[in-house]
Structure formats: structure tokens, C-alpha cells
Design a protein around this ligand. Sequence first.
Ligand SMILES: [Zn+2]
Length: 128
Amino acid sequence: MSRASKCCEYCKSQDKYSPTAFTIDHVQPQSLNGTSDADNLAYACFLCNRLKSNKSNVFDPITEKWFPLFSPRQDTWNEHFAWSEDATQIIGLTAIGRCTVKELRLNREKLVEYRQCIISFGMHPPDS
Ligand SMILES: [Zn+2]
């Protein structure tokens, strides 16, 4: 939780504004032999964890290749994602970022509404 600055390591939602408890995600799913060691765990909101499920690779229809989902333990968020100018949308900068935005629906309607709401209080985007 502290390593993630209390934010979902995928969508960057802040746990203090979430009505649901955040979860611990196995970056490499346990069903694919992922361990419960700290270097395989990520702090994630409930929906990102649920949408990620046991996936580790996703198919990119643009390049027609398989790419790994973003790994908070191996990848750097700012290298794969950026905020839109108004900070309500996450933009995938790379194939990994693009596939992760799509698969985890990082711009789901309620997330965008949440971002719009806390922007008005100067509380978004979180420091990274
Ligand atoms: Zn999330």
C-alpha cells in the first residue's frame, strides 16, 4: 500500500476516495504460478483486479500481436501511460499501455466521473 502511495497501481485511483476496499493483486496470476512474494504483488482497486483476473498477456488488434499487461513491478507507469490534457483519461503510450487501458478499462465511465469530481478539488491526478 505504501509502495503504491495508496493508489491503484493500474488506474491510479486513490483508496481514500473509494467506496470499496482495495485489493492485493498477483501481477503474475497464481494460476500461472505467480507467487505471493512482495515483488509479485500490486495494490489495486477492486475493479482493476477483477478485470485483470488471471490474464498476463493480451492480444493487440492493431499490431495483431500478443503483449504482456502492464506490470507494476517491472514497468514504469509514466513510460506506458499518460493523462489526457484534462487528466480524466489514461492514454496508452505503448502497446503494453494501450492493451492495458483496453483490457482493464482504465477509462471506464465511473472512473472518468470520479476523476472529474476530484479534479475540481485539486486532488487529481495523484503525485506519481
Ligand atoms: Zn484501478
